[in-house]
Design a binder for this molecule. Structure first.
Ligand SMILES: Cc1cc2nc3c(=O)[nH]c(=O)nc-3n(C[C@H](O)[C@H](O)[C@H](O)COP(=O)(O)O)c2cc1C
Length: 368
């Protein structure tokens, strides 16, 4: 049914408008108590064997929503209702900003991919913190808060901008993510170099501890698939050195070559980050590399081109404790979460592993 809706309605609309329309529907449904209970029962039935512990948190499953879909934390319960057992809001920047001029989101339907150059359009850390503070959760879901740099803030003041967001948002975050990997903020990805990353992560850690003394807010960093392998290793080593809680691999790619893209070349050459199926191989490779380096010392989150339960299962075997998706939700629709849960539970049942935790990294451990 969603395929028909997608073809007849969403595909004919501007992708960003389609996003707002669909997200509006989801949020409206989630506001009606009987309706949301019914929808959650149909679309997100629980599978006990998928229960996961990660980052000191308990989750219904390892499956969650990647950052960028709910930038302003307006629809957390709506997404939980659809089976996303963690919802990463943001990227939120220190100050509010409009993002890049439209049109800035493109569908590559033939490639099951998207290109975006949104540029961190968001209401800013103050407004998002106020929204999170006043939220009464309906569904139990883990809320991650992803923070990034305000565009107009010069690079030498980046740390202060991240710290501002961390101070405001850490109290409401089940976990906090330092995003240094979006391709749409000039200079942002340079912060992945360990010389820049070390003081940034240390300052955000300190800000979170200072503003939330009662609990240790887990801190993660999200990296790009375009890093050279040595740089992936360097980030992994830094994460261990700093006692970071996790690494999210990966963000979108600026690459276009060698991905077998078959969509209209005019769309393929749009500037921005490419997500979805063509990202799958590199995201998996980065994840494997990270796991081989850090093992169980750091929680790894696999994201990038996950389209089905088999993809998610491969990420778990490659070292991911949690998995996330965004682009496939656009193509698969509201039944996606249900299929992911069901498929993951089936894979675990027929695998040699008693629990999901046993499966994490099993493929990589075999080869090292
Ligand atoms: C339209 C769009 C906006 C995004 N915005 C953000 C963002 O604000 N912050 C972030 O860390 N990642 C953002 N991402 C990247 C996703 O979180 C994810 O890392 C990437 O899309 C790969 O996953 P996927 O192939 O399942 O989409 C965005 C992705 C898309 C498609």
């Amino acid at each position: 049914m969603y395929k028909i809706l997608f073809t007849l309605l969403f595909r004919r609309m501007d992708p960003e408008q389609a996003h707002h329309l669909a997200f509006g529907w989801i949020r409206r449904v989630a506001r009606v108590p009987v309706l949301r209970t019914f929808v959650a029962a149909v679309l997100a039935p629980r599978h006990g064997e998928l229960r996961t512990e990660a980052l000191g948190l308990r989750l219904h499953s390892p499956f969650g929503l990647a950052a960028g879909f709910d930038k302003n934390a307006v629809g957390i319960d709506g997404m939980a209702m659809l089976g996303f057992d963690h919802v990463e809001i943001g990227t939120v920047t220190g100050e509010p900003q409009p993002g890049n001029p439209r049109k800035r989101l493109f569908r590559l339907v033939a490639d099951r991919a998207l290109i975006n150059r949104m540029g961190f359009n968001n209401e800013g850390s103050l407004a998002v913190a106020a929204r999170l503070a006043s939220r009464t959760p309906v569904f139990r879901t883990v809320v991650g808060v992803n923070i990034g740099k305000t565009k107009v803030v010069p690079e030498d003041e980046a740390v202060a901008d991240y710290v501002k967001s961390a101070e405001r948002l850490a109290p409401y975050a089940d976990y906090l993510v330092v995003n240094v990997s979006s391709p749409n903020t000039p200079g942002l990805r340079d912060l992945q170099a360990v010389d820049h990353l070390r003081p940034l992560l240390a300052a955000v850690r300190e800000a979170a501890d200072r503003t939330v003394p009662a609990r240790r807010v887990p801190l993660l960093v999200k990296i790009a698939p375009d890093l050279a392998d040595e740089d992936v290793d360097a980030v992994a080593d830094l994460a261990v050195e700093l006692g970071l809680d996790g690494i999210i691999a990966t963000n979108t790619t600026i690459a276009r070559e060698g991905l077998g893209l078959t969509s209209d070349p005019a769309v393929v050459k749009e500037t921005g980050g490419l997500s979805g199926a063509p990202l799958k191989a590199r995201s998996l490779e980065v994840l494997r590399r990270l796991y081989a380096r850090v093992g169980d010392r750091i929680t790894l989150v696999g994201v990038g081109g996950i389209e089905n339960a088999e993809d998610a299962w491969q990420r778990i075997l490659a070292g991911a404790t949690l998995v996330q998706g965004y682009s496939a939700f656009i193509y698969e629709g509201p039944f996606w979460g249900r299929a992911m849960h069901k498929g993951l539970a089936a894979r675990l049942r027929t695998s040699p592993y008693a629990t999901l935790a046993d499966a994490v990294g099993a493929d990589v451990r075999k080869t090292v």
